[in-house]
Design a protein around this ligand. Sequence first.
Ligand code: ASP
Length: 359
Amino acid sequence: MQAPPKESGRDEKSQAAEKMNDDDDDDDETRRRRRNPGLAVVVVHGGAWAIPDDLAEASMAGVKGAAVRAHELLSRGGGSALDAVEVAVKALEDDAAFDAGLRCRHSPSLALCHGSVLTEAGEVEMDALMMDGRTLRLGSVSCVQGVANPVSLARAVMEKTEHAMLTAAGAARFAEALGVARVPQRELVTEAARSEWERYRRYRHAVRALFSSERVHDTVGAVALDARGDVACATSTGGITNKMPGRVGDSPIVGCGGYADNAVGAVSTTGHGESIMKVTLARLILFHMEAGKSPDEATTLALSHMRDRVGGHGGAVVLGRDGRWGARCSTERMAWAAVAAGSLYYGLQPGEVHIEPLQ
Ligand code: ASP
């Protein structure tokens, strides 16, 4: 999706003068970033849960590919932080290794494909959020059906409506008005999602089995910092297996599934939605950063609070306005990847970090 067109009717001189004034307003950090687009940072996650071994490789490949693609857009394509988080999350929605968006188009093996999980009624209902740290504008959709990329619909809510959130039939009608192609339910449902649905026929059983044993699911998310010093976040999910139809999780809720503010940084979270909402996890992490904690320290504190206070587990990717970043989880695993300072970082188990130079 393109950025809104430039205002017409202004000559180049006045635009240049405006830009100079803009530059004057910028602080040292923003000027430093603008001189060096390579300082752009992207961090993505593929959900905090007990990722089974047979899904681990596809999950890692998915997050690495999405982070590299989004960073290329920032460093070479001149894209914004918003463009970068949308590209990253769309790539993960399109990858059926993850519980978001459409079934796989390019996953190596259909048998490993997961895709969005199913409600009690055996249907896919998806939630997504996007937030712009420059203006604090946000867009989100919940309980949306038949859309391949809910994250792009969330962006359209932000950019093309006067609202922040659209849900269910209203969100579907909006997608239709935009000309977004409708995807039939059967194409959104993978074999793996169907067999998990059969295993956890009852939502309560799923919650107990998946969450109390520190197992949540593979929601996807991204945070980015661009060459202008702007931050953005995006999160997208199919939710949790055998949820009640109409259940809305944390992912599309601002301050819970994500938050972005140029004054502090950006966060995308994952984990047990009902717990994340109780502690407004994304905003809590940024609150700790405002108090001087690093992204890692802030995330660890907030996740510990969520575990101790409400017994919930999850994870987050976090980015400070100065480019410091973190990826942490309190679950058994969370596939994450980051591109920063010319290197690709990635990990799966808590504390595991691999580093490769970027080509
Ligand atoms: N937070 C998501 C939800 O509860 C699940 C996840 O992160 O995997 O809908």
